[in-house]
Design a protein around this ligand. Structure first.
Ligand code: CP
Ligand code: NVA
Length: 302
C-alpha cells in the first residue's frame, strides 16, 4: 500500500482485500477477547477541524486496543489553528508521531500535509472525500451480502464527499453505482468523469431517485447539509425535496435491499425514521465497522 490514505485512488484492488481481511481478523479477535496489541508504543495524532463522533472514537479506541495511543488535536488548541503553516506542522509532527489522521475542509490541505509528512497520513474526511467511511461501508456489505461484486448500489441525495467516495470506489471495484442528485448538487465533475470512464460495472447519474433506486441491492444516503454548509440550509431543504429515502422509495429497490447511511442522520430530512430504524437498515453495524476497518488501516500503514 502507499504511504498515505488520502483518496480511494490510493488503493489498489489488493489493498482493499488486504484491509477487509485484516478487519475481519481484528473484529474476531476483539469479539473473542483476544489480545491484538500490534501497535504497541505507536502514536497517532488526530487533527480535527470539524466535529466527529464515530471517527474520533473509533480511531482513538482502536489505537488503544492495539496498544498504542491517539492524541486528539483540535484546531482550536494547536498552532495549526492559529496559522502555523502546514509544511512546518507536518514536518514537526512527523518527529513525534507514527501516523496522522486529519479531518478538515480542503482535500488540498490534507494532500499538502501528506507531502511534507514523513509518516502516514489518513484522510478522516474532507469536503471532497471520506475514504475511511467507504471502506467500512464496503466491509459491511461484504459481511451482509458475502461481497459487493455484481451488486447495484443506489446513492440518493447530495453529491457530496460520500457520493464522491462512492464513485471513486466504483471506479475500481466491480459493483454498479447509480446516483440521484438534484440539479446543482452533482458530485465533483472530475471525479464523476473519471468514475464513469473507469468503472468496471458502471456509474450512472440521474435526477429521478426512483430510477436510481430501481432494483438496487443497497440504498445509501447522507445528510443534505454537510459540515461547513450550515449557511445553505434553507435553500438545500427546498432543493432536496423529493430526494428523501422513505418507505415508498425503498419499495422500488430489491425486496432484501439494505439501507445504509454514514451518520449522523437527520430523520425526516434525507431519510425517514421508519426506514433508518426499520428492518432493512444496517447503519449501526456500519458505524461499528469503522472501528475494525480503521484498525486494519492503521495496522497496515503504521
Ligand atoms: N460517519 C462519520 O464520519 O461520523 P462522524 O462525523 O461522527 O465521525
Ligand atoms: N457529508 C457529511 C458526512 C459526515 C460524516 C459531512 O461532510 O458533514
Amino acid at each position: 500500500m502507499k504511504k498515505d490514505l488520502l483518496s480511494e485512488y490510493d488503493l489498489e484492488l489488493e489493498d482493499y482485500e488486504c484491509i477487509f481481511e485484516k478487519a475481519r481478523r481484528l473484529k474476531r479477535l476483539l469479539r473473542e477477547g483476544r489480545e491484538h496489541a500490534t501497535l504497541k508504543g505507536k502514536t497517532l495524532g488526530m487533527i480535527f477541524d470539524k466535529s466527529s463522533t464515530r471517527t474520533r472514537i473509533s480511531f482513538e479506541v482502536g489505537m488503544y486496543q492495539m496498544g498504542g495511543i491517539a492524541l486528539f488535536l483540535s484546531n482550536r488548541d494547536t498552532q495549526l489553528g492559529r496559522g502555523e503553516i502546514i509544511a512546518d506542522s507536518a514536518r514537526i509532527m512527523s518527529r513525534y508521531l507514527d501516523g496522522i489522521m486529519i479531518r478538515t475542509f480542503s482535500q488540498a490541505a490534507v494532500e499538502e500535509f501528506a507531502r511534507y509528512a514523513t509518516i502516514p497520513v489518513i484522510n478522516g474526511l474532507t469536503d471532497l472525500l471520506h475514504p475511511c467511511q467507504i471502506l467500512s461501508d464496503l466491509f459491511t456489505i461484504i459481511e451482509k451480502r458475502g461481497g459487493y461484486s455484481g451488486l447495484k448500489i443506489a446513492y440518493i441525495g447530495d453529491g457530496n464527499n460520500m457520493a464522491n467516495s462512492w464513485i471513486n470506489a466504483a471506479a475500481k471495484l466491480p459493483f454498479h453505482l447509480d446516483l440521484a442528485c438534484p440539479e446543482g448538487y452533482d458530485p465533483d465533475p472530475a471525479i464523476l468523469k473519471r468514475g464513469m470512464a473507469e468503472a468496471p460495472a458502471g456509474v450512472g447519474l440521474h435526477r429521478d431517485p426512483k430510477i436510481a433506486v430501481g432494483d438496487a441491492d443497497i440504498v445509501y444516503t447522507d445528510v443534505w447539509v454537510s459540515m461547513g454548509q450550515e449557511g445553505e440550509r434553507k435553500e438545500r431543504m427546498k432543493r432536496f425535496q423529493g430526494y428523501q429515502v422513505n418507505q415508498a422509495l425503498l419499495e422500488r429497490a430489491k425486496k432484501d435491499a439494505l439501507v445504509m447511511h454514514c451518520l449522523p442522520a437527520h430523520r425526516g430530512e434525507e431519510i425517514t425514521a421508519e426506514v433508518i430504524d426499520g428492518p432493512r437498515s444496517v447503519v449501526i453495524d456500519e458505524a461499528e465497522n469503522r472501528l475494525h476497518v480503521q484498525k486494519a488501516i492503521m495496522e497496515i500503514l503504521l
